[in-house]
Design a protein around this ligand. Structure first.
Ligand code: GDD
Ligand code: MN
Length: 370
């Protein structure tokens, strides 16, 4: 049997993970800045690409072919900043891991400080923060700054710790800490730091290092209005996810809105359009059902969103499942009211709950199957 003969290099000290989505023009400049900033540290840079169409992975490949400090992790048919970063962390053997944006907005000269806080001072986590003496949000307008501060406050009960910038996407950690939290990570959205701190069983020792957020010079931000929603989803998941699936809560909230839509349509059809009750109620049911479907498709199941022909097929299956749910609702309510002699409101609520659980469970499996 032949034994594997390995070459001895200096041990790897730091892995810098760079999530990238269409950052072609930033790859070269970033690597140049990193290799200056990290002089003296044995590091590797891991680009995690989610199918960029602008030649980003090819650009990384071209450099990585001759520079062993550079690696490329390609994910196909996947999206998501958090999960990209986690998978980057899991792909290295370096004892210290760090993450930095691929668009030059994070100040790479702060990286050695983050690294040393962990490797030399023994902290478990070192975070680049915009909200401490010496840090800043660059050219952000007042509105975005205020929203960011509000979101920061909302995170406190979840993180149980004093992160001045829980939304920061710029930090370093002991790799062991990531491994300890890995199985409990939600990995939704883009708040990987928050997820990590909230998922870890222990309160982590933390050092904060201020930096000034730079403005983007090439490419554009990938974070749109949906990120606010993802943020609340992550917070909710951390707070109650152990007891109730967050998607069920969203499904329920959409259902409550649907009830409002139902009543509005019913009122207008009866009073303004002069329809008979049965016709008006039918119209209201169809409208509310379509409304619920469209909203769930856009928000609750945005990660499995249906479009084109599949949208219509989804609507049909949603309507079918919910019709059965309505029948179960009426059946249960009638049984509890008639046979058990319960109060009308209790019977009604129980029927609605059973219907909602049925609708949620079956549509998540049938309409929005993975
Ligand atoms: N692989 C991968 N997959 N990379 C992604 C994805 C994705 O789905 N979405 C974004 N990226 C990459 C971008 O290419 C960029 O390198 C980095 O992640 C940050 O994305 P931006 O789109 O530039 O985000 P931003 O500048 O609005 O937000 C930054 O600042 C926030 C602070 O408010 C990020 O650093 C956030 O993490 C940070 O919270
Ligand atoms: Mn950015």
């Amino acid at each position: 049997m032949e034994t594997f003969r390995h070459v001895e290099n200096r041990p790897l000290e730091l892995a810098v993970v760079v999530p990238v989505l269409n950052e072609h023009d930033n790859v070269g400049p970033l690597l140049e800045k990193l290799s200056i900033a990290l002089a003296g540290i044995e590091f590797e840079v891991i680009f995690v690409d989610d199918g960029s169409g602008d030649g980003t992975p090819e650009r990384v490949e071209a450099i990585a072919a001759t520079d062993r400090r550079v690696r490329l992790l390609r994910r196909i048919g996947r999206r998501g900043l958090s999960s990209a970063v986690v998978e980057g962390f899991l792909s290295t053997v370096a004892q210290v891991v760090a993450v930095i944006d691929g668009d030059l907005q994070h100040d790479e000269t702060v990286l050695p400080g983050l690294y040393r806080a962990i490797a030399e001072d023994g902290y478990e986590l070192a975070v680049g923060t915009r909200y401490a003496e010496g840090g800043g949000t660059g050219d952000w307008d007042r509105a975005r700054e205020r929203i960011s501060r509000l979101a920061t406050r909302l995170a406190a009960p979840v993180t149980k710790t004093l992160l001045s910038d829980p939304m920061s996407g710029f930090f370093a950690a002991k790799r062991a800490v990531v491994l300890e939290a890995a199985s409990d990570l939600s990995s939704v959205g883009y708040k990987i730091l928050l997820d990590l701190v909230a998922s870890h069983p222990r309160r982590l020792t933390l050092k904060e290092v201020p930096y000034e957020f730079r403005s983007r010079t090439a490419g554009e931000s990938k974070l749109d209005s949906a990120v606010a929603l993802e943020y609340f989803e992550l917070l909710l998941d951390k707070l109650v996810g152990r007891f109730v699936p967050v998607k069920f809560l969203m499904f329920g909230a959409v259902g409550a809105l649907g009830l409002l839509v139902h009543l509005c349509v019913l009122g207008v059809a009866l009073n303004a359009a002069g329809l008979g009750f049965a016709a008006a109620q039918t119209l209201a049911v169809l409208t509310a059902m379509t409304f619920n479907y469209a909203l769930n498709n856009a928000f609750t199941y945005r990660d499995r969103r249906l479009s084109g022909f599949a949208w219509w097929r989804g609507l049909a299956s949603f309507a079918l499942v919910c019709s059965a749910g309505a029948a179960a609702n009426v059946g249960v309510a009638g049984f509890v009211f008639g046979e058990q002699g319960a109060d009308w409101w209790l019977a009604g609520a129980l029927g609605a709950l059973v219907g909602a659980i049925w609708n949620y469970a079956v549509t998540s499996w049938l309409t929005w199957s993975r």
